[in-house]
Design a protein around this ligand. Structure first.
Ligand SMILES: C[S@@+](CC[C@H](N)C(=O)[O-])C[C@H]1O[C@@H](n2cnc3c(N)ncnc32)[C@H](O)[C@@H]1O
Length: 230
């Protein structure tokens, strides 16, 4: 029991970023590099956390969502922002050999590891709150905005819109999402977000399964005005 409590305390401290070096609180790149190097999300299988494990419900739902929208909307290329450690995506891509794919992430050593493990694939270091990725038919963003402060959510989605993708598919939680701000911009902190609720008020998506929502980018152009004033 004592050992269990000790481990639990250590896990919570790590997740909250308590005891992190001071520089780790400063910016997104430092913060997520710390998360990656410290395996803060504590999955034995994936550096991107349990939601990226092959057997997880999130991966199952994401695979169903991608398969369906690709077929229904003739999607031929995907920009995956963020790609994380690319743990589950290879299995999906194997089924679609014709699909163009570029994976982006803010963490340089993670992108280096992906390039080494999958030299035939294209990966780029990119902070989506600051830079615009190359155009693809679909910009896919699983489990990113939940980890960002509200101002960075606006900036990230604005750059997704600027990419010129025809469609954006983004994590948007239907259940218990209060859209509260992150308590602190540190560590691996996360919370549920529903993009159809305030302050985001996105229009109804054209695909939605309670976890991943897809919009036509032309329906999200209003995000550019909002991001310009934050
Ligand atoms: C929970 S993981 C999800 C990874 C992947 N989408 C998946 O489902 O396996 C979140 C990822 O977001 C990346 N990330 C955080 N902020 C970012 C930013 N501003 N730009 C690009 N990537 C970012 C982190 O480095 C981390 O790899």
């Amino acid at each position: 029991m004592k050992l269990f409590l000790k481990r639990l305390r250590r896990r919570i401290r790590k997740l909250l970023g308590i005891g992190m070096p001071p520089q780790a609180h400063r910016d997104l790149k430092t913060r997520f590099t710390y998360v990656y190097r410290g395996n803060v999300w504590q999955s034995a299988e994936s550096a991107s956390g349990p939601g990226s494990d092959m057997g997880s419900g999130s991966v199952h739902q994401a695979t169903i969502a991608l398969t369906k929208v690709m077929r229904d909307h003739d999607i031929r290329s995907i920009a995956d922002v963020p790609c994380g450690d690319f743990n589950w995506m290879p299995r999906f891509l194997e089924e679609c050999p014709e699909l163009g794919y570029v994976g982006y992430d803010i963490v340089a050593p993670l992108i280096a590891a992906n390039r080494k493990a999958y030299p035939e694939r294209t990966f780029r270091v990119l902070d989506i709150t600051r830079k615009v990725p190359k155009r693809a038919d679909l910009l896919f963003s699983k489990d990113l905005i939940n980890h960002l402060l509200e101002r960075d959510v606006w900036r990230a989605v604005a750059n997704m819109v600027r990419s010129g993708a025809t469609y954006l598919m983004i994590t948007s939680n239907s259940d218990h999402a209060s859209n509260a701000e992150l308590p602190k911009n540190v560590g691996g902190m996360s919370r549920l977000l529903n993009l159809q609720a305030a302050p985001y008020n996105f229009p109804p998506p054209i695909y939605y399964d309670g976890y991943l929502a897809m919009w036509r980018t032309e329906d999200l152009v209003f995000v550019l005005d909002r991001a310009a004033v934050i």
